[in-house]
Design a protein around this ligand. Structure first.
Ligand code: PMP
Length: 404
């Protein structure tokens, strides 16, 4: 057997391409925000995480361009050594203040942020207690924590999972762990696929009872829910009870990078122990400057969040009225659940050909029966865009017998 045999016999993607049903890796050549050019076709983007529409904002673009002029194109080093700019320090200070926490640490992506936090904090004899549907970066962080040092003497593994957003099951799971063992509960704040918001109040209750700390991944929550877009903890008024909030710049902040906010000693520990930070180059000047400009806009123009939420609500209600099965959660993600892989792929293709781009989520990315077209909205979608998306979904849904 050759190591690469499995690669050569992997033909599914090519077969799907040959049928014209391949929904991934389509190159965008122009991006105005709600409307993009993909392979010569102008389409309405209804699948981006550019929630406030800031990737096309003149101030954000200008900030990135100026940073390139001033600092060059890259940092060529880790934060630890030659890769710290005054811009990084400024953004960390601004984010700590925005979230009302003592300190903040930037990472180069959101994915790396989870990997920089979980295995660094959770060590031998300690536990990660994780939602079964958490984002892949949390799963990766958990695996590293389990693999590195977290096996305790009686053979119990350092990572345990509870049923999705089920705080009763969280309590069942956590109550079986050694009382004295330190524990970290980890969850998405807004789940990326379903748009569901974590039941933080009950999580906090369990965390207090079992002396556990909480890490919330607010990738899809910042700029979307909470006061002025301050995320899940703020949504519930539980900022003090939420020990660590992490996020990304690749969504609301129209850039690239990740961050965590929390108490100073914890952030300081991560800063000096997280391999994902120490051994990886820091976010580029343009990325940091763009995120800073996006934060300025978020702080000065919170009405953008109202527009975003109104757009998402309009779409949720619109899909429901037509008879589609949709996620009911009040966030910017509106999944249209189809429940069948083939139908999802055909529907994706017909939508694209009719001028609407959405994300096709099929197994193993989603559980059986949850195959879906994940739609997500921007503050900059206008009524005409939303009307067109609904009209196209209606026509395609009827054609395929998904709705009547
Ligand atoms: N967490 C969640 C919940 C996400 O959805 C994502 C991105 N899809 C990430 C983390 C990773 O963020 P980044 O794109 O910055 O790597």
């Amino acid at each position: 057997m050759d190591l690469f045999d499995k690669c050569r016999s992997f033909t599914r993607a090519d077969e799907t391409k040959a049928l014209g049903l391949y929904p991934y890796f389509h190159a965008i050549s122009e991006n105005e925000g709600p409307v993009v050019m993909i392979e010569g076709r102008k389409v309405i983007m209804a699948g981006s995480n550019n929630y406030l529409g800031l990737t096309a904002h003149p101030k954000v673009k200008e900030a990135a361009a100026q940073a390139v002029q001033k600092y060059g194109t890259g940092c060529s080093g880790s934060r630890y050594l030659t890769g710290t700019l005054d811009l990084h320090v400024e953004l960390e200070g601004r984010l700590a203040k925005f979230f009302g926490k003592e300190d903040c640490l930037l990472y180069s992506t959101g994915y790396q942020t989870a990997q920089g936090i979980i295995p660094t904090l959770v060590q031998r004899g300690e536990f990660v207690v994780s939602d079964k549907d958490n984002h892949a970066c949390i799963v990766a962080g958990n695996l590293m924590a389990a693999g590195a040092a977290s096996y305790i003497d009686d053979g119990q593994q350092g990572v345990v999972r509870y049923k999705h957003n089920d705080m009763k099951h969280l309590e069942t799971v956590i109550s079986k762990l050694p009382v004295e063992a330190p524990k970290l509960i980890v969850s998405d704040g807004v789940f990326s696929t379903s748009g569901e918001i974590v039941d933080l109040p009950n999580m906090v209750r369990v965390a207090k009872k079992y002396n556990a700390k909480i890490l919330v991944d607010d990738a899809h929550a910042v700029g979307v829910i909470g006061k002025g877009g301050r995320g899940t903890a703020s949504h519930y008024g539980l900022e003090k009870e939420t020990d660590l909030t992490m996020g990304t710049f690749s969504k609301t902040f129209a850039s690239l990078g990740g961050f965590v906010v929390g108490d100073r000693p914890v952030v300081n520990y991560l800063k000096h122990h997280a391999p994902a930070l120490i051994f990886s180059a820091s976010p580029t000047p343009a990325s940091v400057a763009a995120a800073l400009a996006a934060l300025d806009i978020l702080e000065k123009e919170p009405e953008r969040i109202d527009r975003l939420m109104n757009n998402a609500r309009t779409m949720r209600e619109g899909f429901k009225a037509m008879g589609f099965r949709v996620g009911e959660h009040d966030s910017a993600v509106v999944p249209v659940i189809i429940g069948d892989t083939e139908k999802v792929l055909i529907m994706w293709k017909l939508l694209f050909e009719s001028g609407v781009f959405v994300n096709a989520f099929i197994r193993p990315g989603v559980p059986p029966g949850m195959e879906m077209l994940r739609t997500s909205y921007m503050a900059t979608h206008e009524a005409e865009h939303l009307d067109k998306i609904l009209a196209v979904f209606s026509a395609v849904g009827k054609k395929l017998g998904v709705i009547n």
